[in-house]
Design a protein around this ligand. Sequence first.
Ligand code: OOG
Ligand code: NI
Length: 451
Amino acid sequence: MRPYLDPDEIRDRFSKAMSDMYQLEVPQYGTLLKLVDAVNRETLDRDPDLHARLCDQQELARLRVERHGAIRVGTAKELATLRRLFAVMGMFPVGYYDLSEAGVPVHATAFRPMDDAALKRNPFRLFTSLLRLELIEDQALRARASDILEKRQIFTERALELITIFEQQGGLTDTEADQFVSEALETFRWHQQATVDHATYQALAQEHRLIADVVCFKGPHINHLTPRTLDIDEVQRRMPDVGITPKDVIEGPPRRQWPILLRQTSFKALEESIDFADHHDGTHTARFGEIEQRGVALTPKGRALYDRLLRTARTRTEGLANEAHQQVLAEVFEAFPDDVDTLHREGLAYFDYHLRDRAGLSGPVNSDTLKALIEQNIVRAEPITYEDFLPVSAAGIFQSNLGGRSDHSYEGNANQAAFEAALGAEVTSELDLYARREQASIDRLRTELTG
Ligand code: OOG
Ligand code: NI
């Protein structure tokens, strides 16, 4: 048998190639990476406990490779082919995100590694949105957009061949993998040439800027990449010092002792010059840089509390600048426990249980004794990092880069079944993944304690 490369290795190569390409395309992204790196170092120097905890959880090694990106596609066929392309790199569709609720005519999933080892190796994921032409009221415009999309081919011939080879032989050799990475990269490259004339671009942009972004170009250019920061407030504060303009507010929960879910901010998308098919010059704003700070994954109970508090806070944060916005969030989120013990006791977050010391122990582990074991310092409850996205935050990111327009006529259109039909597969529930991982750690503990 010929030796095949681990898909995790292909993903690692791909995420690095993508980052290199994007730094060349958007130099501010390189500047952002340097700032994030500096702030991460300072944070670790200042907080030896955090440093030790990240070491323990083997999080330190992946801090510098941690990235996500986002793309937007126009047709079911494009989405389904992307699913096959990402499978080559061990990335699978997890979660369903309905952005119509937030006035953006797309729904989405995240292609990401699913198991522990793969996430540790390289957690690179791509937030992938599918345009929903069916939400456009103007029939003629809808038909025009669909026509344009039908005509384009966003994958190179060789990329398609290599996907088929992967599926047939069950893997790619080292040489094939390198070729695959460089061919796959072509799909996500920026093209300064639009495929349509300026009038068509304008008509589509008038309906929604996002529609123009998806329909008028040769392919789904990567629209941002996102490194992971340990102190998002500090990076937000310092962006202007390095000449980049941050988005108005940090999305997600407030700063906490024990971070939950995901906090995100970005710099504003660049206005880039475009050559239209009729040689008309114009501009388009699509590409930006983002940062994220990840915390613990919440159980359905914890998530319901988060959603409720966020809704409450949002009635009071409209139009506020970041500092005041964060102040309101902090007040409202006082109702969300901020210590590991309470998070654990009240079943608000997911944990990975590890045995510290098994001396003098035997007998079964049920949830009562698990609590006791934690209290006795025999078992350590490690927060499981949230690996997914938040629809309200995602909408905030979309809007900050698309001129802030939110169209309420798109609302109330969640349709996971239609998304899955387009994808050609079901999406895995992110909550199932966290619950399974927690349960696996309990099972492991049980064997360790009885074995
Ligand atoms: C995707 C926005 C969502 C995130 O981090 O929540 C996203 C997009 O603008 O295409 O990337
Ligand atoms: Ni993002």
